[in-house]
Design a protein. Structure first.
Length: 231
């Protein structure tokens, strides 16, 4: 059975969980640039709202330990002296998506997959019987993933078979955590920096502009009045 959690409502002030994982700062990062626009638009719609922000590059969460893992499946009275503190840090991470009205993730592609810091965060958040299982505790919460990548891995492109970011996050965020998932995909971000990709710069610019517009649109959609009174 999933553990009870506190669902925030718009009457109490909506909550956005914003997570960035790019190793590059500010506008140097395509994913950070787009998540920043989404967040700014969301805050304009909800000046009374709360933003929980995690920069996993600047402040990475600890890797999973045996104590943090096993404590999640042990009764409190049966935990070892080392397990409570390890599990308490994990619970803090778990509670943030449970309490959020919207989850925003920056997930650039590194070596065909997500940054290791984002994988580490997911390892802590996934807990069978609470966030995962028959009744995931954050089920139905809208989640926007900004999946930036240096090239293009869209269907029909030469490297389509190397697209493991969206496939992986689809399985974890939607299939396991039960989030209402949507992607924004700025691609070809290496084109302005790689002379061999210079002819792709116009396509990169169009992709970037489209991603920024989608961020604004989706932030406004998730702040629409019909969502009032729910998660």
């Amino acid at each position: 059975m999933a553990a009870p959690h506190r669902a925030l409502h718009f009457e109490e002030g909506p909550s956005l969980l914003h997570i960035d994982s790019s190793v590059f700062p500010g506008e140097v990062s395509s994913s950070r640039s787009v998540t920043a626009v989404f967040r700014r638009t969301w805050e304009e719609q909800h000046p009374e709202g709360t933003v929980i922000y995690r920069d996993l590059a600047a402040d990475p969460v600890p890797h999973m330990t045996a104590d943090a893992w096993s404590a999640g499946y042990a009764a409190p009275t049966e935990r070892t002296p080392e397990q409570p503190d390890a599990f308490a840090a994990r619970v803090k991470l778990i509670e943030e998506p449970e309490q959020a009205d919207v989850v925003l993730l920056g997930a650039p592609m590194y070596n065909f997959s997500v940054p290791s810091t984002l994988k580490t965060w997911l390892d802590s958040v996934l807990l069978l019987g609470r966030t995962a299982g028959e009744a995931p505790s954050a089920q139905g919460t809208p989640a926007i993933v900004v999946a930036g990548r240096g090239g293009s891995y869209a269907p029909g492109t030469p490297r389509a078979g190397y697209e493991f970011v969206q496939n992986y996050l689809q399985a974890v965020l939607k299939g396991t955590l039960g989030l209402d998932l949507d992607f924004i995909v700025p691609e070809l971000t290496m084109a302005p920096r790689n002379p061999a990709m210079s002819e792709l710069v116009p396509l990169y610019e169009a992709s970037r502009e489209r991603a920024l517009e989608q961020a604004i649109t989706k932030a406004k959609e998730l702040a629409a009045p019909h969502r009032s009174g729910g998660r």
